[in-house]
Ligand binder design. Structure first.
Ligand SMILES: Cc1cc2nc3c(=O)[nH]c(=O)nc-3n(C[C@H](O)[C@H](O)[C@H](O)COP(=O)(O)OP(=O)(O)OC[C@H]3O[C@@H](n4cnc5c(N)ncnc54)[C@H](O)[C@@H]3O)c2cc1C
Length: 399
């Protein structure tokens, strides 16, 4: 099979690795001259560790990452609302880890042996001819492929070509990310929730911490604008333990700004083109599941391609991946909604049920990556019941 992977991010590199493991050697093109360089951190819940293990890279990554034993949610004054021990949720999968994004990229890329990598290259068009995809490249070359795998991120050119009607949707938050010196001794994944603002810090090793801050902003206000990090707003809203981190942002380490967007699609396959990772299902980062979902996509698609013909493999990929990704996107939306609740409702809700809600939202993802639709539906129904019961109890208290 002749396959082209478009995009050398987490999804594209994991795809190339998973195909190599199945004895399939692909072409991979990446638009940037030397692959992605973005300097921020990544939190990897336990299902990422399991995917890395299946890619044969867990030991290497674990040696370079920080194990995260607990996730703590605090209010803006530093009072504890909920704490979850990660092993209580992820024991069957693996450790939760945190690391610089560049480390995961480099490890995936260095793991490739035979994949034909081309940087500084993009595509200018994809046509279908029977069961082949005819790809035109920006350097003027043209090639025929049995399959084109779009792993080119949220603004995917492959998706624009195969599904021109699909556009990323703004989720209502903008965010800033940076890596800085850990001046406060952050031990765990620690988030502080303000009114319409979030401040999160995660240790990533070598005395450094990854900081993520977000803010609810209307779409009109933010359109086409790059916002400088409003440090003073965060300093006045948040107190210890995390606020001192805002005073030590190194000038040589840029603060990355972004609008948080998502891509929601019914189908990721068109003819001999398939989408994986953010190109197919970019989500709000509130579950930190982007890297896990991208690597799981790669493993499932590679296994299907190695064991059946392309048409059947693409159908298997859709059937196995869609329910799981739908679940993640629904949970992200629910978390984003909860963070926007007024504090008089959000604080008692998290104190009462934060731990239960956390466990419920991740539990289905601990199941094997070929989990059936039925099993995911069971979790979805249960989650709705929990939300209904808690919601009714709250409403009852205020009527
Ligand atoms: C603010 C924020 C915080 C996040 N935090 C986490 C986290 O803590 N943990 C986690 O697991 N996930 C997190 N995510 C999600 C995660 O970053 C993504 O899900 C993941 O990077 C998706 O990988 P990808 O390879 O699909 O896309 P990308 O990482 O976007 O990679 C796409 C690649 O394709 C290349 N490309 C694009 N167009 C073309 C083209 N036409 N031709 C060739 N190459 C092309 C790009 O240069 C890029 O290298 C976060 C996301 C955001 C926005």
């Amino acid at each position: 099979m002749k396959a082209l992977i478009v995009g050398g991010g987490i999804a594209g590199l994991a795809m190339a690795r998973a195909l190599e493991q199945q004895g399939i050697i692909a072409d991979l093109i990446e638009r940037k001259a030397d692959g992605p360089q973005e300097g921020a951190g990544l939190y990897l819940p336990g299902n990422a560790a399991r995917a890395l293990e299946q890619l044969g890279l867990l030991n290497e990554i674990a040696a370079l990452a920080m194990p995260i034993e607990a996730q703590r949610i605090l209010d803006s004054k530093g009072r504890m609302l909920s704490v979850t021990l990660t092993k209580d949720v992820w024991a069957s999968c693996g450790l939760c880890l945190a690391l610089p994004r560049s480390v995961l990229h480099a490890t995936l890329r260095n793991s490739l042996r035979d994949t034909r990598l081309r940087f500084d290259t993009s595509i200018s068009g994809i046509g279908q001819l029977g069961e082949k995809s005819i790809v035109s490249f920006t350097d003027g070359a043209r090639s025929e492929y049995d399959l084109v795998i779009g792993a080119d991120g949220i603004n995917s050119t492959v998706r624009q070509s195969a599904f021109p009607e699909v556009r990323p949707i703004y989720t209502g938050n903008v965010c800033w990310r940076f890596i800085t010196k850990d001046t406060v001794g952050v031990r765990d994944w620690t988030v502080m929730l303000g009114d319409g603002t979030t401040l999160l810090a995660i240790p990533i090793g070598n005395g450094r911490v990854y900081v993520y801050a977000d803010m609810a902003v209307g779409e009109r206000e933010v359109r086409d604008r790059v916002w400088q990090f409003p440090k003073d707003t965060y300093l006045s809203e948040f107190s210890l333990p995390l606020s001192p981190l805002l005073l030590s942002i190194p000038p040589q380490n840029p603060v990355h700004f972004g609008r948080v967007e998502q891509v929601v699609m019914d189908d990721w396959v068109k003819g001999r083109v398939v989408l994986i990772g953010d190109a197919a299902h970019a989500s709000s980062p509130s579950m930190a599941e982007g890297a896990s979902m991208a690597m799981e996509d790669a493993l499932v698609l590679a296994e299907a391609l190695a064991t059946s013909d392309i048409t059947d493999a693409l159908a298997t990929y859709m059937r196995r991946r869609k329910p799981r990704v739908d679940w993640v996107q629904k949970q992200c939306a629910a978390r984003d909604k909860m963070r926007r609740l007024p504090s008089w409702l959000r604080v008692p809700l998290l104190k009462l049920a934060g731990n239960v809600l956390y466990r419920r939202s991740y539990k289905p993802l601990t199941e094997p990556i070929w989990t059936s639709t039925l099993s995911m539906l069971h979790h979805l129904v249960f989650a709705c019941v929990v939300v209904l019961v808690i919601g009714t109890a709250f409403m009852g208290a205020f009527i």
